[in-house]
Design a protein around this ligand. Structure first.
Ligand SMILES: [Zn+2]
Length: 221
């Protein structure tokens, strides 16, 4: 098995599969190579499974490009092309898009998702902020790819427009999670206690979010 070996100041050996499928081993300095290879052998099945998942995700990428389906608020809408005037329309279980090239379609959809995100998230944030009596400063929508939301030290809350791919119960989890950061700007035990007091079933939603994220990859843009 080919791998990249990186020696670091750490105590244990860890395997990291990169986005291109390459295997990176992070090991404490002076770890003998045979020991590392033995470890790799033990983890062989997991490595192959992870690499396979990455390849599949790439192949599936991207439903929008094939112009067949769009994910919005946790539901799939089949795409109908031929909408005029560069607008997006939802109609029952279909979404009507103009017949423009992929990049333009993507731009149009991102603009639409951002607009919807502002409207939708403002409403949810105001609801929970009122219920919990936690005031926030402002809400901003960005295009972050690695995090759903964040909370600044000045108590401004940011969300990625990609949050609009998620079902509403999971969006609510992220909203309440970020709101709780206004009380506790960290992930300490105190933070999780605040979150639990506002959303007693948060662990279940956290788990659902993890599962949903695994399957939504082909629909992400
Ligand atoms: Zn957090």
């Amino acid at each position: 098995m080919e791998y990249i070996l990186v020696y670091k100041n750490r105590k244990t050996v860890a395997i990291h599969i990169q986005k291109n499928g390459e295997v990176e081993v992070r090991a404490p300095r002076h770890t003998p190579v045979p020991l590392i290879e033995e470890f790799l052998n033990e983890k062989r099945e997991w490595i192959l499974k992870t690499q396979k998942r990455i390849t599949e995700q790439k192949e599936n990428h991207n439903k929008l490009m094939d112009a067949n389906e769009v994910l919005f608020l946790g539901s799939l809408y089949s795409i109908s092309l031929g909408e005029e005037n560069n607008v997006i329309k939802f109609c029952k279980n279909r979404i009507n898009l103009p017949d423009i090239d992929f990049e333009e379609k993507k731009r149009l959809l991102i603009r639409f998702y951002k607009k919807e995100a502002v409207r939708y998230l403002k409403e949810r944030l105001e609801l929970y902020s009122g219920l919990a009596n936690i005031p926030y400063k402002q809400i901003k929508i960005n295009s972050a790819t690695t995090r759903w939301g964040s909370c600044s030290s000045q108590n401004g809350i940011n969300f990625s427009y990609r949050i609009m791919f998620l079902p509403s119960v999971l969006i609510d989890y992220i909203v309440v999670h970020e709101l709780s950061h206004i009380i506790e700007h960290n992930h300490s035990e105190a933070f999780w206690r605040v979150l639990e007091s506002l959303m007693p079933d948060y662990k279940q939603r956290q788990h659902q979010l993890k599962e949903f994220t695994k399957t939504m990859f082909p629909y992400v843009f």
